[in-house]
Ligand binder design. Sequence first.
Ligand code: PMP
Length: 360
Amino acid sequence: MSRVYNFSAGPAVLPEDVLREAAKEMLDYQGSGMSVMEMSHRSSEFEGIIQTAEADLRELLQIPDNYKVVFLQGGASTQFAMIPLNFMKNKVADYIVTGQWAKKACEEAAIYGKANVIASSADETFSYIPDLNDLAISEDADYVYICENNTIYGTKFKALPDTKGKPLISDVSSCFLSEPMDVSKYGMIFGGAQKNIGPSGVSIAIIREDLLENEPLEIAPTMLKYNTHVKAESLYNTPPCYAIYICGLVFKWLKKQGGLAEMKKINEEKASLLYQFLDESKLFKGTVREADRSLMNVPFVTGSDELDAKFVKESKAAGLMNLKGHRSVGGMRASIYNAMPREGVLALIDFMKKFEEENR
Ligand code: PMP
């Protein structure tokens, strides 16, 4: 067996220990005589899995008691619709557009009400986070929306906007559990699992209780009402059982690593190795304003489309996979989520050094 270094933006690398544990339990989950994939979601075994996963997530993020946690389906993209359907009581919301995912969320909200773009970095291909001082928050905004880590462009909010008392809703798909967060600053946090915390098929939403007192829009389907899932403790219908199980194993792994403060340290170190190399390189260049650099997604270019293509091809042959940038921006992107070992980042830097020498 040979494992590669997988720099995919998602679905992405998972901790090897987690995959081994899942393999060990594949045919017989803890003496149940069956795989988690074959198990009723109403069984006591699965109840244990989902309840432990929630408890571990609460512990990792120190989620206050007045927040509900739900495991949902439909990817983060379904949240783009659920958010306005559940929270747009005045039919007004403010969006900070820092990339394609925030733009898509904003366009989805515009189907149901007025979605104002109160700040944007579209003018410079989303390579920075806009000025957050004195934002024109709408008086009647039901919420303010951000995408906290922009997977495609490699930017990250280093501070949260002052929402002037309006609930802040944040898409954390690509920075979920990469560092500690103060959950109490948000009305809601959500993300798809397939980048930093598990396989695709499950999304997690953490919602402040008072927001759940809102009556959803009349047209909201039952499955798209948060309260449907909150009241049934994520078991209203058949949930993505196996994906939730793997997330649970990842939460245990994160606890074993020392929790999120420790992950932050490790992630900062990995990212700074790569950024430092990019800053010193005569061939490669990072594409993001320094102050706004993501710890998770690192885009870079050589300045020549031809060399970029050569780099992607040769890196793949060297066992460094999925370094091609998003189709909308080109160049390269290294996603270095929690499960990417430091050795993977060092292998990438070594390869880049060699490529630079050969192609100067
Ligand atoms: N938000 C962000 C920040 C993302 O990176 C992605 C996926 N790349 C999405 C939302 C959409 O997620 P999904 O494919 O789960 O709908």
